[in-house]
Design a protein around this ligand. Structure first.
Ligand code: FAD
Length: 532
């Protein structure tokens, strides 16, 4: 008899002996198994594993690797439920397979397309840049080959570090028992002292006819079997805009359908500039619109009907591909969380204090956490720090404030800290100063690229030493520019310090050290020359 069955049997015998009505208490027992279990079972040393991690993505793998470095016995369960279009992938989670990495590679491919045009102006003899076209099959295969190589390296790394990888869907049987449902229909039962939930999320679908049948999401686009062609992107968060950006860069028509605002949660002024820049590049926007239906025509095209929510007017058009990018939902339904007594929020996420759920030996990291940034480095850092606290005697906690991020649209947008509107609502307009500047990247002059949305701003307190609250940058390599300033913000950089920093010339990043004009002054923030 398994250890668990012994415990359960013991718990039931106790209840029977005291003449309890089992039916009446069955429900109670299900939810309070944790308490009975702990009081009636041997100590945690007798579980099979020290740690079972459910989810082998950014957060789960980071936690597992850290835990084994303290000599712990760790298993990682990872399982990908195929997308409605049948797409599936290997170990490593969203970032590696269908997120940051394939996205950045496709973004890079699109930037290279632009660079070919620039190169001619720089003297490269390119016969006819207009005749140069993307080969979808080639870029898709190159991206997928890279993804598969990362999957393989990850599996080798797990084996070397002696993390047990189980390709199964994890579900709670009770607070210390996780069942892995394997592809061949069998199950593995794992008992464990600790569990880390790192299941991430998957794209939402609108509840409209044809959505799941005919539309794709970011889960499918990076391995799409045929060129996407004329594409409608439903949703204007960063994933939607990034997809629109690289698809347009590849030469496909891209239309973005926006229900409310573009880049919700980001600084509004910067989001508007990014929208304008995308429009300039040829991306179309359907503002204040929601899809009603997607139909497949005999021609193979998709006919989309939508409604403008302001005018109530209904329109329709045909597209080759419809990509849904309307947010993501945490994968908690599949976990059978009530069996472990874990509470979830209405949005299916888990509320945790210092990554600890309401059940003290069960933790959560990454996108599954309520109210935390959905970013790979956040999941990695939280997972690593949590394992170091659990097993290494460390005390350092995850700091979710001032996490930098970048939107990889053709002209990138990087930021760290507060948006201008959040700073105003938190401190009032009187107490903050916004320094801003448009600038002209040196690289733009010869090919005569349009620099009109190359813009940055620094939001700080008005009182000396003018502590910086937020930094925002639109321009090439925005992520590279903003990362160093994120470290400076961790050290509480002030505007006094920023303006006494000597820049590196000629770089984009130096523009932050040259900014002198405040919004309050009303002066023109357009640059007169590159070097003054
Ligand atoms: P995930 O990486 O999603 O891993 C969770 C894993 O658990 C998955 O493999 C899942 O299949 C598995 N799983 C789920 N349920 C179970 C279960 N019951 N049993 C077993 N396994 C299960 N972030 C950035 O920082 N920079 C970017 O540029 C960026 N770009 C992105 C672009 C796109 C298109 C997308 C979709 C995301 C992007 N992200 C980016 C976000 C980033 O990918 C996530 O924040 C990160 O992957 C979250 O890590 P995680 O460990 O929480 O979950």
């Amino acid at each position: 008899m398994s250890f668990l069955a012994t415990c359960r049997g013991h718990a039931f015998r106790v209840l029977k002996q005291t003449d309890f009505n089992l039916d009446r208490y069955a429900n109670l027992l299900k939810f309070n198994m944790s308490a009975v279990y702990f009081s009636s079972c041997p100590t945690k040393g007798s579980y099979e594993y020290d740690l079972v991690v459910i989810g082998g993505g950014s957060g789960g793998l980071a936690a597992a690797k850290e835990a084994v470095s303290y000599g712990k016995k760790v298993a990682v369960l990872d399982f990908v439920i195929p997308s409605p279009r049948g797409t599936t992938w290997g170990i490593g989670g969203t970032c590696v397979n269908v997120g940051c990495i394939p996205k950045k590679l496709m973004h890079q491919a699109a930037l290279l397309g632009e660079a070919i045009h620039d190169a001619k102006a720089y003297g490269w003899q390119i016969p006819d840049p207009e005749a140069i076209k993307i080969d979808w099959e080639a870029i898709k295969t190159a991206v997928q080959n890279h993804v598969k190589s990362v999957n393989w390296v990850t599996r080798v790394m797990l084996r070397d570090k002696k993390v047990e990888y189980i390709n199964g869907l994890g579900q709670f049987k009770d607070p210390n028992t996780v069942v892995a449902k394997l592809k061949n229909g069998t199950e593995r039962v794992l008992t464990t002292s600790h569990v880390i939930i790192a299941v991430g999320g998957r794209p939402n679908y609108p509840n409209i006819p044809g959505a799941k049948e005919y539309c794709i999401t970011s889960d499918d686009i990076f391995s799409h079997p045929t060129p996407p062609g004329d594409t409608l992107i439903v949703g204007a968060g960063y994933i939607g805009l990034e997809c629109a950006g690289f698809l347009k860069g590849f030469g496909y028509n891209a239309t973005v359908m926006v229900r409310s605002v573009v880049l919700r949660g980001f600084d509004t002024q910067m989001a508007d500039l990014i929208t304008e820049e995308l429009k300039d590049k040829g991306v179309e926007f359907l503002m204040k619109c929601v899809p009603l239906e997607v139909k497949k025509l005999d021609s193979g095209k998709l006919q989309v009907t939508w409604k403008n929510i302001e005018t109530n007017k209904t329109c329709s058009a045909e597209f080759d591909t419809v990509l849904i990018a309307t947010g993501r939902r945490a994968l908690t339904d599949e976990l059978l969380l009530p069996n472990a007594g874990i509470k979830v929020e209405e949005n299916a996420k888990i509320n945790a204090n210092k990554e600890t759920t309401n059940v003290p030996h069960i933790f959560a990291v990454g996108d599954v956490l309520h109210g935390r940034p959905e970013l790979t480095p956040v999941a990695v850092q939280a997972g690593k720090l949590l394992a170091a606290r659990l097993y290494g005697g460390a005390t350092l906690e995850m700091d979710y404030d001032n996490v930098a991020t970048t939107v990889f649209t053709p002209l990138e947008y990087g930021c760290v800290g507060l948006s201008e509107e959040t700073a105003i609502s938190k401190y009032t307009e009187d107490k903050i100063e916004v320094y801003h500047a448009f600038y002209k990247p040196t690289e733009f002059f010869i090919p005569q690229r349009n620099p009109s949305r190359c813009y940055l701003k620094v939001i700080c307190l008005r009182n000396s030493p003018r502590t910086i609250l937020g930094m925002h940058f639109i321009g090439p390599n925005a992520g590279e520019v903003i990362q160093g300033y994120a470290a400076a913000m961790k050290c509480n950089i002030t505007f006094d310090q920023l303006e006494s920093t000597v820049g590196i010339h000629p770089t984009l990043s130096e523009e932050f050290t040259r900014v002198v004009i405040t919004k309050r002054s009303g002066l023109d923030p357009t640059p007169q020359s590159c070097c003054s």
